[in-house]
Design a protein around this ligand. Structure first.
Ligand code: GRF
Length: 207
């Protein structure tokens, strides 16, 4: 079974969905660590309740980004982490960090990449007047919201949708496909081939 570390800075609904999938036995990985950079993040309370080991690594406690990331790398090695799962982690990873873990870091973004990158993916699609948006899970490279795509699912934007209902629809999809992507990684089914990800035996695995 692989060891995963979730990185989160805020609410932590994706963390909670992953923790629940693990607890229910739907996702057979060890949720070994939560890495959080924000002392006020609600995800810290969720992790405590779920009994997940947590480290708070506060950027303000370090002179530079290199030392800050060095501390994180120390925690990852100590806990034998196989996969880093970014779930609302609001800091950019340095190119050096990505180089060490490339192919072992995934992110979830609330749009159909490459559309609507950035912090406000849901709002931007809504305000743009898009009829379709969605969710993307991808391997992380050294550009923002960029890297080989693992899974995508579309979400339609209806005329009756408000930003709030759209957010709800998006999060519901996120909470389903993120555990699914982690499951595929854990089973060794994800192969990066250049820009693309090949999912081995996807059909066999679909339930
Ligand atoms: C999610 O919408 C995710 O796609 C984006 O940040 C948000 C995190 O939400 N990267 P939560 O903290 O998991 O509730």
């Amino acid at each position: 079974m692989i060891n995963i570390a979730v990185f989160a800075s805020g609410r932590g609904s994706n963390f909670a969905a992953i923790a629940q999938a693990v607890r229910k036995g739907d996702l057979k990985v060890k949720l070994a660590l939560l890495v959080c950079d924000n002392p006020k993040a609600p995800v810290l309370v969720k992790a405590r309740k779920a009994g997940v080991k947590t480290v708070l690594v506060n950027r303000a406690d370090f002179p530079g980004k290199q030392e800050f990331e060095g501390a994180i790398i120390g925690h990852l090695s100590e806990n034998n982490i196989d996969l880093i799962v970014l779930a609302g982690y609001m800091r950019l990873l340095s190119a050096d960090f990505v180089k060490i873990y490339y192919g072992r870091i995934i992110n979830i973004h609330p749009s159909l990449l490459p559309a609507f990158k950035g912090e406000a993916g849901i709002r931007d699609a809504f305000e743009y007047g898009a009829k379709i948006t969605g969710v993307t899970v991808h391997f992380v490279d050294d550009q923002v919201d960029h890297g080989p795509i693992i899974l995508q699912q579309e979400v339609s934007i209806k005329e009756k949708d408000t930003l709030v209902t759209l957010e709800e629809k998006i999060h519901k999809v996120e909470h389903r496909i993120y555990p699914e992507a982690i499951r595929l990684f854990g089973l060794g089914r994800l192969k990066i081939e250049g820009r693309k990800v090949r999912i081995i035996n996807r059909k066999v695995l679909q339930r």
